[in-house]
Structure formats: C-alpha cells, structure tokens
Design a protein around this ligand. Structure first.
Ligand SMILES: NC(=O)c1ccc[n+]([C@@H]2O[C@H](COP(=O)([O-])OP(=O)(O)OC[C@H]3O[C@@H](n4cnc5c(N)ncnc54)[C@H](OP(=O)(O)O)[C@@H]3O)[C@@H](O)[C@H]2O)c1
Length: 334
C-alpha cells in the first residue's frame, strides 16, 4: 500500500492539521524509462506555505486534493531506467508519499559514503545552497565586517552565519529561544546571538553590533527587520532570503518607509530565489561538501518520525519547533 499526504484545503492564516489529509492507493507500477522510489526522508520547508495559498509566484501553487510535493530523499526499489540501479539513493522534488515514480529527470543521485543521506535535504542540499549563494554572491562579506542573520538557528540561517564566520566576520544571530541562542554560540561559534522575543531587542542588537551592520541576511522580515534597518552601515548589503514572519498573514502588514536610508547610505537590498543559481549548483555542492567534511560547517537536524506526522512538522516551522533542518523520517534507513 502507498500512503500520500494531500492538500485537503488551502490554509487561511496559520495552517492547521485539517488542511491536510492522508490518502491510500496501491504501490505504483513503473513503465520503461522510470524508477520506483521508496521515500526515506521528507523535507518540510517554509516556502511550501506559499504554494498552499493558490497564488502563482515563481512556482505553481499546490492543487487541492493532490499530493504535496517537496524535497525527498529515497531509495530506488525498482528500475526500468538504465541510469539508475536498485539500491541507489536519490534526492528530488517528489510527492509526500511512501513511494513515487520518476523518469529520472527530477532526481539526482546521492552518495551515502560522502555524508548521511539526510543532509541532501539540508546542509548539503537546497537550504545549504540558499545560504551559500545568498551570503557569498549577494552579501559578499569581507573579513572584519559585522554580519547579522535572522532565523539564525534554522536550516538556511545556521549555514549562512557559519559561512560569514569562515569569511572572517563578526557574526550575530537572531533567533527565538534560549536553546537556540546556546546552539548558535556554543556549537556554531557565532560571536553573539539574540532572542527576538525578549524585551529591548533593539538595544541588544546595538550592543552586539557596536560598529553597525555590513550584511543583514534576512530570513524573517517583519518587525525584526525593521529594527535592523536602523543599524545598517554605508554600502551595506541586505540579503532578502525569506520573510517567514509574513507567510501566514491574511493582510499585508505595513511598516516604516526606509527607502530614504537605502539612498543616503548606498545600501543594496536584494531578494533572490536559490533556483536563480541552478547553473552554479555544482560549485555550491562541492564547496559545502568540502566545508562539511573538514568540520568547518556543523549542522543539526530535527527529525519527526512518520509520514502521518509531516503536517505537524510543517506547522511546527511557524512555531519555531525546529533547530537546524526539519525533516520527516518516513522509514528507518534500510
Ligand atoms: N530564497 C530562497 O530561495 C529560499 C530557499 C530556502 C528558504 N528560504 C527562506 O529562508 C527562511 C528560512 O528557511 P529554512 O528552511 O531555513 O527554515 P528554518 O529557519 O529551518 O525554520 C523556520 C524558522 O523560522 C522561525 N520563525 C517562524 N516564525 C517566525 C516569525 N513569525 N518571526 C521570526 N521567525 C520565525 C522559527 O525559528 P525561531 O525559533 O527563531 O522563531 C523557525 O524555526 C524562510 O523564510 C524561507 O522561506 C528562501
């Protein structure tokens, strides 16, 4: 039997379990050129919230009553495609299901000898690439500069901050719990970390950044980022990676108008989507793989067991329940 999670209805505001439903079918049969993949890990990602809204952006929305699709690591269990052998591990955008079929075009092989296969969805996968290209290509941190990362203890933020450390910067993380602050400072080597839920956020930020801020890697937006604007230096760079604080809003939130400061301080503010860099993905995979193997980039995963618990894991992203990459383990690796 094959289980799959479908979008039962479009969330309004914070997603709830009622927006998801488990459906059952037989295990699909493959045709010539196809492979059958058994899912091992699913990735739950904040961008999926946008796809649930039914609005086309850079990517098509999910359809109601159709399976959700996201990053999956799995094993080939049947193959009629000469490029893939039974037993090989692959990663790709696949349905949230126990089993799925691929023509081979939307999957890449992963080598379990290089790193644990789960990392292909996190530090050595899409979130790692996002941190790498956003920080290196747009943030362009230089030794001695001050870099602030919001959403710092998450999949992207934790890698982005460590890359800035490798470039010789003072790195300050913003995150939502004391456990995450301890993780950033004690495990990842950030110079300072601040809980945005505490009082006096602005004075804490000012104290942590006595020379102002040269690069702000923004994963969250909203009021945290409004405060950050006040600290940005001349010729600083703001990397707009994500705005998770806004994803469940039912109305557009208005904030201060800071275009004037962008002008007077010659600040670059640039949004990006990791797929803009698809032609350079191999460079990103190689560099991240090297840093991970050398122990220069550390990572954490939060693993939820059971396909049936994927909706809870997804909703948990918006409550800050994960440290590092949030994954769902569909089956124990065999
Ligand atoms: N541009 C791209 O191509 C691209 C690619 C991947 C991801 N992204 C974006 O990057 C960001 C991080 O993604 P990720 O996969 O690494 O997720 P993540 O950071 O691992 O998980 C989400 C985290 O966001 C924080 N959060 C949730 N609601 C918040 C709120 N209202 N205000 C402030 N923080 C909040 C929570 O941590 P706290 O405990 O700290 O609140 C939560 O743990 C997201 O905005 C995502 O959309 C962009």
């Amino acid at each position: 039997m094959n289980r799959m999670i479908v979008l039962a209805s479009r969330p309004i505001g914070m997603p709830t379990k009622e927006n998801f439903r488990m459906e059952y079918s037989s295990i699909p049969e493959i045709s010539d050129g196809q492979v059958l993949i058994k899912s091992i890990y699913l990735s739950v990602d904040p961008y999926m919230r946008g796809r649930m809204s039914g609005i086309k952006t850079y990517i098509d929305p999910f359809e109601v009553d159709k399976p959700l699709v996201g990053g999956v690591v799995g094993k080939i269990v049947d193959s009629k495609n000469p490029s893939f052998k039974v037993g090989e591990f692959v990663e790709g955008r696949l349905p949230w299901a126990d089993y799925s079929i691929s023509s081979g075009k939307n999957i890449r092989k992963i080598d379990p000898k290089l790193a644990p296969i789960s990392t292909a969805l996190g530090v050595a996968g899409m979130p790692g690439l996002t941190a790498y290209f956003g920080m290196v290509d747009i943030g362009k941190p230089k030794a001695g500069e001050t870099v602030v990362v919001s959403g710092a203890a998450g999949a992207v933020g934790s890698v982005a901050g460590q890359i800035a450390k490798l470039k010789g910067c003072r790195v300050v993380g913003i995150s939502g719990s004391q456990e995450k602050i301890d993780f950033l400072i004690n495990e990842l080597g950030f110079d300072a970390a601040i809980n945005y839920k505490s009082n006096n956020l602005f004075s804490a930020l000012k104290e942590a950044c006595p020379n102002g801020v040269d690069v702000y890697f923004d994963n969250v937006g909203g009021e945290v980022s409004d405060l950050m604007m006040k600290l940005m230096n001349f010729h600083s760079r703001i990397v707009l990676c994500g705005q998770i604080s806004q994803y469940n809003n039912t109305e557009i939130e208005y904030g201060p108008r800071f275009q004037g400061k962008l002008v007077t301080h010659s600040i670059l503010m640039q949004g990006f989507i990791v797929s803009n860099y698809v032609k350079r993905f191999n460079e990103g995979y190689e560099q991240l793989g090297k840093w991970i193997q050398e122990g220069k980039i550390k990572y954490r995963e939060t693993i939820t067991d059971g396909l049936e618990n994927a909706p809870d894991a997804f909703i948990g992203l918006f409550k800050g329940e994960n440290i590092g990459k949030q994954l769902v383990r569909v089956v124990k690796e065999d």
